[in-house]
Design a binder for this molecule. Structure first.
Ligand code: ZN
Length: 351
């Protein structure tokens, strides 16, 4: 099918303002391999690149420079940085491996996130097509295929009032932790409840000065397009508006897709693109159009590739065919979950 927005949808009817999106990429990202059978494989980025090329979308590609150890140290302890740098070869934990090249490639991934955020700050659009992902990495620990928290590093380095929307299927515990006490960084996450890493409950809302600046929307398995529409409409859009960010960043994983093998939310590709449309509209309204998407997870390669492609196409005002368009959640399966977050967050925001 050709996916089109109807003119009735008020948040997403002014895309004539959008003209292009930079892709941030470096071939070194393909050299990061955990082990042969690991789902976080170089094939993920190869699939995305092939899809973009096939659809005439592989253009405006920017090669980033690497982040420095000082950049990493804004978010991570020197202990952790040293551990990854000097690790050598082997399993760090059950699902996160380290090789000799891991440190340098992770520095380049953080550099990609920084570059994308710099573009967003100037009112541009960027999609950081990076590996390894970052949103699970905490101050002292690698976990969940992540070594250093690229989006948190970029956020901290740019030092602006920043809203981060994380719609990977997993809770971005590392990003959540990094800014849990900060009133200057709004962190909003949708994630499947009851899976890795187990954090991100509805009542985790920030602490101290950061009280109210963390918004967790844990969702029941099965939640998809209609539930996400509700979450954007009732919670995400009004809170980001109320917060008035200077910088808008997105952690996106393709693993909330119905085809993903690691989790069981049910977003379709058009559902993903529609959510991105809401984010583009927020950017038009609040940040001169500036927004940066950072790639996190997503393990069904055709679905991941189409999801990224659909978002890049939308940013560039192009229609491309989207095939994974089954709307499995038509009745807002996670309505109660959204209402739970709404009840908690209306104490803090103008909802
Ligand atoms: Zn994920």
């Amino acid at each position: 099918m050709i996916f089109k927005y109807s003119s009735k949808e008020k948040h997403i009817n002014h895309f004539h303002f959008l003209y292009h999106m930079y892709l941030i990429y470096d071939p070194i990202y393909l050299k990061h391999e955990q082990n042969r059978w690991h789902p976080e494989s170089p094939e993920r980025l190869r699939g995305i690149r092939n899809f973009l090329e096939k659809n005439g979308l592989w253009e405006n590609v920017v090669t980033p420079t690497s982040a420095t150890v000082e950049d990493l140290a804004r978010i991570h302890s020197m202990d952790h940085i040293g551990t990854i740098r000097d690790f050598g070869e082997g399993p760090y934990d059950m699902d996160t491996y380290v090789h000799h090249e891991t440190f340098d490639i992770a520095l380049k991934a953080a550099g990609g996130a920084i570059k994308a955020a710099q573009i967003a700050l100037k009112g541009g659009k960027a999609f950081a097509l990076v590996r390894p992902p970052g949103h699970h990495a905490t101050r002292n620990r690698a976990m969940g295929f992540c070594y250093f928290n690229s989006i948190a590093i970029a956020t901290s380095l740019l030092g602006k009032r920043t809203a981060i929307i994380d719609y990977d299927v997993h809770h971005g515990n590392g990003t959540h932790d990094a800014f849990y006490s900060s009133p200057d960084i709004l962190y909003i996450s949708t994630h499947q409840w009851g899976i890795f890493p187990g954090t991100g409950a509805v009542n985790e809302v920030g602490k101290g000065e950061g009280d109210g600046f963390t918004v967790n929307i844990p969702l029941s398995g099965g939640s998809g397009d209609s539930t996400f529409e509700k979450a954007f409409e009732k919670i995400i859009i009004p809170i980001v508006r109320d917060f008035r960010p200077e910088l808008l960043l997105v952690s996106i994983g393709g693993d909330a897709h119905y085809r993903d093998p690691l989790a069981s939310l049910s977003l379709s590709t058009p559902g993903y693109v529609r959510a991105a449309g809401h984010i583009f509209s927020l950017a038009e309204e609040l940040t001169d159009g500036g927004v940066a998407f950072m790639l996190e997870g997503g393990y069904d390669i055709p679905a991941l590739s189409e999801t990224v492609g659909g978002i890049v196409a939308l940013a560039r005002g192009k229609d491309i065919p989207l095939t994974f368009d089954e709307k499995r959640d038509t009745k807002a399966y996670g309505r109660r979950d959204v209402e739970d977050t709404f009840r908690v967050q209306k104490e803090y925001w103008n909802l």
